[in-house]
Design a protein. Structure first.
Length: 522
């Protein structure tokens, strides 16, 4: 039963839904992600980074820690998530080297990556391929860089690992003994905040090598070439995120001097095999976390690849302000309010400088306390204001050995039950697909009210543009909802019992017309 004008929906109506997965690009004029039809696309999703072997979520049966099984994907789509930031670790792709020091590719691992991406794609979920790392290597309580590269990196900068005055974790006042495997004891590693371990001499030396030694960042670029060769042509790959949370070295605290040479070479290797997929790049992590104190990252205009690839680049950033732990507070602490009030203008300013779009690839990492839910709403509201897509950290713990609060930041409590209040906060109403250029989008969780305004794109009788809006009936509209559209005579509204709301543009709607859609719970 299609409807025009104001409608109350309580019954089944057939709908088409979001366009099939296809390559996404970036509109150079607006910074918005767009599909092949010219629709603006917005993504809400989760991180899934398995930090210990086998370095990939399991796909068989459901479990609370490791799985991205069929039941997980059903839940994710039911909560409105259409993207997963998937950890694809360098140490898993080329875990060893041959006699000439060239990485030996783990083809089995890459085949499993492709299989998981295909499963996500079949459910309408895109994948961001994330070269994840934290403190670079297990020898420094982290993960990401293969052992053979890590050892080579330290030798390249002349770091003396046998000197007890500089060996990990010096100069930190920690006692982290080695385990039976010769690596720092994992329990002792996790007893300390992992970010402080990034200040160890050994970690800083490895970062210095990665930024300054062509042999080291050349190996990193080769890793990306291998990944791109394996994944090129897969529609469900939204983008390649070059490196998670790059860390400064003592010599190089400047993005342009440290990251740019490494990023440019990695992008060149990717483009040898894949010229269509978006490349995402992050600044030094301090720029994301403490934008209130830092300058705009010193990359050149048009990012790391220049104007030629302006429509296939995104600036990736993270946004955290606190680990609330077991706080019973209801309002955000002043320090957090200050950081958030500065960070979102920083995002807008940075994207304007780059002439690029952006993607919030990590945020959240909180529980479901009142102050945590306040943070989630504040961050999500700010993302809506700038039409920024995001992936929450994290869906499950996935053996998260370097994290702030593994017991609370996932979707699940330690006993395996769902953190329902958190999921509700993230399962927001939003326009996944907009048939034009958005000018306003907002959602009020306390009332369920949703609005989106946009300037319509053109179409013809064979291509009736569609705007697609996710709504959670479970959390916000259990008794149904009312949809108001304008101009009513030029729009058709349909939906299914458990699918999105679809606003179809009729041929009478002129391109560039102002469209407004409002959703009100019953």
């Amino acid at each position: 039963m299609p409807c025009m004008a104001s409608c109350v929906f309580l019954f089944l109506v057939v709908t088409t839904g979001v366009s099939a997965l296809g390559k996404i690009k970036v509109d150079p004029a607006t910074g918005m992600m767009v599909d092949v039809h010219g629709n603006t696309r917005i993504f809400h999703g989760v991180n899934a980074v398995q930090k210990l072997p086998p370095f990939l979520p399991t796909s068989g049966s459901f479990d609370v820690i490791h799985s991205l099984a069929d039941s997980d994907l059903t839940s994710l789509t039911g909560w409105g998530f259409n993207v997963v930031r998937l950890g694809v670790l360098w140490s898993a792709v080329t875990p060893t080297a041959d006699i000439d020091g060239v990485g030996v590719v783990n083809v089995t691992y890459l085949a499993e990556v492709k299989s998981l991406i295909a499963k996500l794609e079949a459910r309408g979920i895109y994948t961001i391929v994330d070269a994840h790392q934290d403190n670079l290597n297990p020898q420094t309580c982290g993960e990401g860089m293969p052992n053979w590269v890590f050892d080579y990196a330290l030798s390249e900068v002349g770091f003396n690992r046998s000197d007890p005055r500089t060996a990990f974790p010096k100069p930190l006042p920690y006692d982290i003994p080695l385990g039976a495997d010769g690596l720092p004891d994992r329990d002792r590693c996790e007893a300390y905040q992992f970010s402080t371990e990034g200040g160890a001499y050994e970690v800083i030396a490895a970062w210095t090598a990665l930024y300054t030694k062509p042999e080291i960042y050349g190996a990193f670029a080769s890793f990306w070439g291998t990944v791109a060769e394996a994944l090129t042509g897969i529609p469900g790959v939204l983008g390649y995120e070059l490196l998670n949370e790059p860390w400064p070295s003592l010599e190089l605290f400047d993005d342009k001097k440290s990251l740019l040479p490494m990023y440019k070479l990695a992008a060149e290797r990717i483009r040898q095999f894949d010229t269509e997929t978006i490349i995402l790049f992050e600044p030094i992590s301090f720029d994301s976390y403490f934008s209130v104190f830092n300058h705009i990252p010193d990359f050149p205009p048009y990012g790391i690849e220049g104007p030629k690839y302006q429509d296939r680049q995104l600036f990736a950033y993270h946004s955290y302000c606190a680990d609330f732990g077991n706080s019973t507070a209801k309002n955000l602490p002043l320090s957090c309010q200050i950081i958030l009030s500065k960070s979102w203008p920083w995002v807008k300013e940075t994207l304007a400088q780059y002439h690029l779009g952006g993607f919030l690839t990590e945020w959240g990492a909180v529980g479901d306390s009142a102050v945590s839910l306040k943070l989630l709403q504040t961050q999500a509201d700010s993302a809506d204001e700038q039409f920024q897509s995001w992936t929450y950290w994290t869906y499950k713990s996935f053996d998260d050995i370097t994290t702030a609060n593994p017991a609370s930041e996932t979707f699940f409590k330690p006993d395996g039950s769902l953190q329902t209040a958190k999921v509700k906060a993230l399962a927001r109403s939003y326009a996944q697909q907009i048939a034009g250029m958005p000018t306003n989008m907002g959602f009020i969780p306390s009332t369920g009210l949703f609005n989106v305004d946009y300037d319509s794109r053109g179409g013809d009788n064979r291509d009736l543009p569609e705007t697609v809006i996710f709504v959670s009936r479970e959390f916000y509209y259990p008794r149904g909802f009312q949809v108001d559209v304008s101009p009513a005579e030029d729009l058709n509204v349909t939906f299914s019992s458990d699918g999105p709301i679809v606003i179809t543009h009729l041929p009478s709607l002129a391109p560039g017309s102002s469209v407004r859609v409002s959703i009100t719970p019953m």
